[in-house]
Design a protein around this ligand. Structure first.
Ligand SMILES: CC(C)(COP(=O)(O)OP(=O)(O)OC[C@H]1O[C@@H](n2cnc3c(N)ncnc32)[C@H](O)[C@@H]1OP(=O)(O)O)[C@@H](O)C(=O)NCCC(=O)NCCS
Length: 292
């Protein structure tokens, strides 16, 4: 039985850029230039900053990222805790599930964890080792995992989408009038980017940060997104009462985006200092009664 991934993290030796694990999968370890957060993106048209090589360009170097183009081929989940989640799934789903979790185990290993299962939580969220936050994505023929250590990071969220427009009608469901107007302006200046898809992707990356922090659903309309085409960043302003749903105060979540080939990538790494613990109601009540 493999050991679980819960031992105290110890910095491992650096991995080679490209490594071939026992199962024959070639995982591309993304290049790092040591800058933080992420490497500066290359300029696109009109001075916009959007070209990147992968998620590692969008995230701080203390967030470990492993991504693979294509997939692992047909493999069975290595752990029963994982297998139970996909045993009746179609082959394609099994392949994406295994490939993404292989990426995650690789990334966790770089944080010092030995291989272990990453089960599926009750709301489909990946269940990480206790001291870890992380996120998975599979889309646009890409599989990726990003993981980081608590408490340095509160949450990580990544999402990959094809750089193609959303199906008709979708934008009306996920974007406000103000967001849609902003996209019109972006589209006229930078038509090479599928801005509606980028809006969607950024909101999904935000959700992957929001949910593990709060345990609550977040609707697309409960977050207003603004995208900066020049800095390659985005900000999601949360329209709901985040305080009532979380141990943390969160009113906005910032992330970075880029284009890698024909894919749009969005990533959020929420550092500890971006969130504050809110005072518990019990503590507030106690303080109020002691001063009364
Ligand atoms: C969960 C969701 C974000 C996944 O995004 P997606 O583009 O469909 O798929 P991706 O490949 O990028 O990501 C899938 C991974 O997300 C992760 N995920 C699923 N539910 C999650 C949750 N509640 N919290 C965190 N991560 C979750 C899983 O790891 C999943 O992969 P797996 O099933 O193989 O383990 C999306 O399906 C969804 O339900 N969105 C609605 C909520 C939302 O985005 N609101 C916007 C708020 S502004």
């Amino acid at each position: 039985m493999p050991s679980t991934a819960s031992s105290a993290p110890e910095r491992p030796r650096p991995w080679p850029r490209t490594c071939k694990p026992d199962n024959g999968v070639t995982l591309i370890e993304e290049a790092r230039d040591g800058s933080d957060p992420g490497a500066p993106l290359r300029s696109g048209q009109n001075g916009a900053m959007w070209e990147c090589d992968g998620f590692a360009d969008l995230l701080p170097s203390s967030v470990e990222v492993v991504q693979v183009d294509g997939d692992c081929g047909v493999l069975q989940p290595a752990w029963p805790e994982e297998a139970v989640s996909v045993e009746s799934a179609v082959l394609r789903r099994q392949v994406e599930f295994v490939t993404t979790r292989e990426c995650a185990r690789r990334a966790l290993q770089r944080l010092g964890f030995s291989p272990g299962p990453i089960p599926v939580g009750t709301h489909r969220e990946p269940v990480w080792p206790r001291d870890v936050v992380g996120s998975l994505t599979h889309g646009a023929d890409l599989h990726a995992a990003a993981v980081a250590l608590k408490p340095q990071y509160r949450a990580v969220g990544i999402d990959a989408e094809p750089n193609t427009g959303l199906p008709e009608g979708t934008l009306d469901l996920i974007g406000s009038t103000a967001e849609r107007l902003a996209l019109v302006s972006l589209e006229s200046s930078w038509p090479a980017v599928a801005w509606d898809r980028l809006l969607f992707s950024a909101k999904e990356a935000i959700f992957k940060v929001w949910f593990p922090l709060t345990g609550h659903w977040l609707d697309y309309r409960e977050c207003t997104l603004s995208i900066d085409p020049v800095t390659g960043t985005f900000t999601g302003r949360l329209l709901l009462d985040g305080e009532s749903r979380s141990r943390f105060r969160i009113s906005s979540i910032e992330g970075r985006w880029g284009i890698s080939g024909n894919r749009l990538l969005t990533a959020v790494a929420l550092p500890e200092q971006a969130t504050q613990y809110r005072r518990s109601r019990v503590a507030r009540a106690a303080r109020a009664s002691s001063t009364a």
